[in-house]
Design a binder for this molecule. Sequence first.
Ligand SMILES: Nc1nc2c(c(=O)[nH]1)N[C@H]1C(S)=C(S)[C@@H](COP(=O)(O)O)O[C@H]1N2
Ligand SMILES: [Mo]
Length: 200
Amino acid sequence: MAKNRAANVSGRVPPGQYLVEKWPVLSYGPTPRVKLETWDFRLFGLVEEPVRLNYQQFRALPQNQFTADFHCVTTWSRLDNRWEGVMAKTVAALVRLKPNARAVTLHCEGGYTTNLTLDEFLDDNVVFAHRHDGQDLDPDHGWPLRLVVPKLYAWKSAKWVRGVEFTAENRRGFWEVRGYHNRGNPWQEERYSDQEDDEA
Ligand SMILES: Nc1nc2c(c(=O)[nH]1)N[C@H]1C(S)=C(S)[C@@H](COP(=O)(O)O)O[C@H]1N2
Ligand SMILES: [Mo]
């Protein structure tokens, strides 16, 4: 048994990370109280026509599910998370992008933001999730909707997300202006902004 476990995790834990079984909560600030009746989701910025969806309209979008690992820069990783929701690609297809759109800023309740290049955002396994391991997300983990970007450190996985702004520059978000790396690839240990090369 122990041997199987080791085989299943080998090659899946990025350098400097340790495994957790329970799912920690990591938030800057309090968990917002969200009312679904007034909740909306906006796509704006460098788009031909901005889009605004209410909760029902968002939930009516095509759903997907997949399993992925989750790596927080504070060094915990949780393997095999089952996510259910709407793929970022599906969401982006609701708008026509202007040709100079190259990046996105995710906007959350309470003002938290994070940024991704358009390629990172449209990559496989990027999802706006409402369920985790077969249950609705707990409020502390981002209910009613969070982004999940498994390939990057988890501060990019914006909880309580309310909108996507398409931008020309890869504009730094909340942690990215406070010393964290603009890209945050855990396999390269891209933790801090002073490690950045020209492409980040
Ligand atoms: N809106 C918002 N999203 C956020 C955060 C936050 O403080 N606010 N924390 C980030 C960080 S640092 C991590 S590690 C993950 C943690 O997600 P969890 O609390 O569900 O484990 O959410 C990310 N998304
Ligand atoms: Mo984190």
